[in-house]
Write a protein that binds this ligand. Sequence first.
Ligand code: F6P
Length: 324
Amino acid sequence: MNNENNCIAVLTSGGDAPGMNAAVRAVVRSAINRNLKVYGVKRGYNGLLNGDVVEMNLRSVSDIINRGGTILYTARSEEYNTPAGVKKAADYCRSLGVRGVVVIGGDGSFRGARDLSGAGIPCVGIPGTIDNDIACSEYTIGFDTAMNTALEMVDRIRDTAQSHDRCSVVEVMGRRCGDIALQTGIACGATSILVPEKPHDIDTMVVDKILNTKATGKKHFIVVVAEGVGGTNEIAKYIEEKTGIESRATVLGHVQRGGCPTLRDRVMASAMGHHAVELLYNNIGNRVCALQGGKIVDFDITEALNMKRVFDEELYNIAMDVSI
Ligand code: F6P
């Protein structure tokens, strides 16, 4: 960047994820280290529409690496999702002298970044969502923390399921992506794991499995259901009806979105935040940071948005094999 081009902005958008603060911190510090001025934009793209920005300094991001949520707040903006909204946001960026924006969020946020790039403001996306559902990246910030929170909760539920010889059906987050369910299900030793990517026949995949496992002497059961499969209460009732085993449903919900980010999320967020600034500093925009083969790389935003996510069949088969 040259001297007239020395200002960037950072925003968080969509559902919050633990580790977003660590990414904001890395963006701010990497930018200041390169003599770039940094604006923090409040409440996602809304902040670009109503001028809600604040200049960040080294100390504005102190003591946040360990905090969940996002100090910049987040939102899903309806006004921004119109051509007029995008133009207004781009004009505002120009009026501030902002030449590049780092957008931390999921697919929806990246569509916004693509549009802003198209309106002349280069953007770089950082995958921040607990769902791990960004096709171009093997990892999204927040995923590890969310899974570990879900695992701790299921371990607690298991204690009471075991004491009562019950079946506990636990719903974890993930609308279109079953990664949280799959990995949490393996780690907690679930008898059944239902994910949106695979057919979920309750009779064969849950009821028969429970009955077969019961025949080998097991007396309590955990079934992990991804949010995208849904019907958690109904599944619990159905299991009780078909097996005679008392069953309870628990929907974990937003507890998975909060809390202190794990080491993996903090490190990944720091590396991606740094990479995003390097790109903008070198006048490269319209990119999404990603993890591929353990390395931080980047893709064209449109290319990234067109990629199809590949479900981990191998891990799913392992889960089916060991849950007996
Ligand atoms: O994308 C993250 C996520 O937590 C999904 O798992 C869930 O479906 C969605 O956000 C819920 O979003 P909200 O409750 O914020 O509308």
